[in-house]
Design a protein around this ligand. Structure first.
Ligand code: DQA
Length: 205
């Protein structure tokens, strides 16, 4: 069960605590042919370009104080490499694997291997379309799947992943001292145990 479900009643309590948490980093991956958004099969995928979609994601990320990096590739291997590299650099992944959703054991294995919470997004409702699109190799290793809500699906994925990660972090930290105490001592809260990631060189950061 996603952690944010368990905490949904306490959500109002959760957000004030957000200031004690280091900035979340989320990698957004767009699969093959999504670079053609805006011109590609508009009756299915709409008229919004990938650039405009990325802009909307970045705007919400700023509101949520989340750092996002957006990448698109037509190559399965490149997507696998980016997922692998994300392990030490990001807290979660949002991915629209596009056609690889229905074929790629390699992308599924990469997501399972890195163990980062991953949300699968599709602009169209894959379950309403051709039968070969009904099967997702990714869904079984994803935190959740959002399908059929167009560009809004990415924004929901970002909110959902943000809430999940915040809930996870709050479960794993000792409550910080009251703000007044911190001011008095002139200290910042400790960087806590989930920030012991080691950084390695790679092509995405
Ligand atoms: C898609 C659905 C896939 O079946 C298709 O191959 C895509 C886009 C979507 O966003 O609706 O390229 O992932």
């Amino acid at each position: 069960m996603p952690l944010c479900w368990a905490l949904s009643r306490e959500i109002a309590l959760m957000y004030p605590a957000r200031e004690y948490i280091d900035m979340l980093r989320i990698l957004v991956l767009h699969g093959p042919n999504l670079n053609l958004l805006g011109t590609r099969e508009q009756s299915i995928y709409g008229t919004l370009s990938l650039e405009a979609l990325n802009g909307a994601i970045a705007k919400l990320a700023k509101e949520l104080s989340v750092e996002v990096k957006q990448c698109q590739s037509n190559s399965e291997g490149e997507l696998v490499t980016w997922i692998q590299e994300a392990r030490t650099r990001y807290d979660g992944i949002i991915i629209n694997p596009a056609a690889y959703t229905h074929t790629s054991v390699a992308i599924r294995d990469a997501i399972a291997a890195v163990g980062l919470p991953t949300v699968e997004v599709h602009l169209s409702n894959i379950h309403q379309r051709e039968e070969f699109r009904h099967r997702s190799f990714i869904a079984g290793v994803a935190l959740g799947q959002i399908t059929g809500l167009g560009p809004t699906g990415y924004l929901l994925a970002l909110r959902g992943l943000h809430d999940h990660l915040v809930a996870f972090r709050l479960q794993n930290i000792t409550p910080p001292p009251a703000a007044s105490q911190r001011r008095a001592k002139g200290t910042r809260p400790s960087r806590s145990r989930f920030n012991d990631r080691t950084e390695s060189e790679g092509s995405i950061e």
